[in-house]
Ligand binder design. Structure first.
Ligand code: UDP
Length: 474
């Protein structure tokens, strides 16, 4: 188990973006929770410090909690490849997919428990009675008893799920349930994601949020965007005077490094070209190949200056996601089957994971430069990759699945495709947005307003404050 350092961020910074009523509510709740947590520590435990939406959110939320005077610490558990392939299988099952098709039987249960026992020994040394420990996602489920035995409070926060439970999701829940029976509070992103055995009085619903000030979401001028993408070797832009600097989580500044070889196929995006993009982990359920296929099958309907970009992390850098290299290879294989002129307009990109802040800055620049952002997930817990471009005023075309339904109001704050397998409808909606600037602008404006109203950190922090205040009554 490793600790990730968290620097404090003052709540005032977030409050400055909000209406006076919202700012006051945030500061009042923070004051109340600070009293409750006095002398106690707020712990978050999850499986990775980089890559994916959970790490993204923890970075910001813990920093604000720390800034509000609550002692907040973050631990990342250790596992071996076998452990992560079991937990990835559980993750896929919770989304209704069999994943690699392997079993979730007694042998997997034994290995899962053994790895978590090793982590539990370390966790025990960190926590003290009265602390609140937020355990994130299936990987941490086996730590509940350790937390309770230490007389701390155990909250299990599950970020994944699907609205309909079936025999596949039941397999994962049967695996996890024995570990979770004693959990004092369960937090899910949507009501349908909770299995029926979770007691209603211990169930809380908290959708995710984004932080407007991280390197991922901070404002950038078009010149800064161009400078970053040119330096990273992603997009050819005319030389200009944009800044290469970004602010790191710890407040220091960084500079985009020159990179070679981030583009796996298709060369750099040429000067002046527009692009449609999906940024995701290389996870089968994000359906990166489907994005490539939807775009390239309909290439004749796309304006000739438009390219497609599939962007994901360098697959060596994400230890808790063993599926990544396979999915990337499948995309490369599909790309190879395309005619030359289509290949030139289709780019697969792997972003470096050795510097989380630079990675975030590059995602920021890519999202801002995109003409349309796509999220063609087959299932999706929430989808920060939808929230992020929405906040940047980009038009988003996404599958109407899971938490994406909470984010996009079709025709107002983006476009939804009801059947995530319907490639031609996807392509048709993308082409509509690309060919009508006014339409694109209207969807982008609606998107930003929707995120401002519902998905900024203050709402999220206030809800967590409510959870922490309830714990004291347990
Ligand atoms: N992400 C990133 N670099 C990448 C790919 C993804 O920083 O190369 C980020 C993305 O911007 C988002 C998060 O990973 O913040 C993905 O979160 P989401 O909720 O969309 O899905 P998850 O990966 O948690 O299933």
């Amino acid at each position: 188990m490793k600790e990730v350092e968290i620097g404090p961020i003052p709540l005032d910074r977030l409050a400055a973006l909000l209406s006076p009523e919202r700012a006051e509510r945030l500061l009042t709740e923070a004051g109340a929770v600070q009293k409750v947590m006095d002398g106690r520590t707020l712990w978050c435990v999850n499986a990775t410090a980089t890559g994916g939406g959970v790490a993204e959110m923890l970075l910001a939320l813990l920093a604000y909690a720390h800034g509000a005077g609550i002692e907040s610490r973050w631990l990342v558990l250790d596992g071996d490849p076998e452990f992560f392939s079991i937990t990835k299988r559980i993750h896929n099952h919770l989304h209704g997919s069999l994943g690699d098709g392997g079993p979730l039987g007694p042998a997997q249960q034994a290995h899962f428990t053994e790895v978590l026992q090793r982590n539990a020994e370390l966790l025990r040394k960190y926590i003290k009675p009265g602390d609140a420990v937020l355990l994130h996602d299936p990987q941490t489920a086996g730590l509940v008893d350790t937390v309770l035995d230490a007389e701390a409070f155990a909250v299990w926060r599950c970020h994944v799920g699907r609205d309909e439970q079936d025999e596949v999701t039941d397999l994962a829940w049967d695996f996890l349930r024995p570990h979770l029976e004693r959990t004092q509070a369960f937090v899910f992103s949507r009501e349908g994601y909770a299995p029926s055995w979770v007691p209603q009085d211990r169930l809380m619903l908290i959708p995710p949020s984004l932080d407007p000030f991280t390197a991922k979401n901070a404002e950038l001028s078009p010149a800064d965007v161009d400078a970053a993408l040119l330096r990273a070797g992603l997009v050819e832009t005319p030389p200009d005077s944009g800044s290469l600097t970004f602010i790191r989580r710890d407040g220091s500044s960084g500079e985009v490094r020159p990179h070679q070889g981030l583009i796996q196929t298709g060369g750099k995006v040429p000067v002046g070209a527009r692009y449609v993009m999906q940024v995701s982990r290389w996870d089968r359920l994000k359906d990166m190949p489907g994005v490539l296929k939807a775009f390239t099958d309909a290439i004749d309907a796309m304006p000739p200056d438009v390219h497609v970009l599939l962007v994901g992390p360098d697959t060596d850098g994400v230890t808790d996601d063993p599926e990544g290299a396979e999915v990337l290879a499948e995309c490369m294989e599909l790309w190879r089957t395309l005619p030359d002129e289509v290949r030139r307009r289709s780019h697969l990109v792997c972003l470096p994971m050795d510097d989380t802040d630079e990675n975030a800055h590059l995602v920021n620049a890519l999202q801002r430069r995109a003409s349309v952002v796509v999220q063609k997930s087959i299932v999706e817990g929430f989808g920060l990759t939808v929230t992020e471009p929405m906040w940047k005023g980009r038009p988003v075309v996404a599958s109407a699945v899971g938490g994406i339904n909470d984010q996009i109001v079709h025709g107002e704050s983006g476009l939804l495709v009801q059947d995530p397998h319907d490639l031609s409808t996807f392509a048709g909606l993308i082409a509509d947005v690309l060919s009508d600037e006014e339409y694109a602008r209207t969807l982008g404006t609606g998107a930003r307003a929707r995120v401002r109203d519902l998905f900024l950190g203050d709402r999220h922090l206030v809800q967590w404050a409510e959870v922490l205040q309830r714990l004291k009554d347990l």
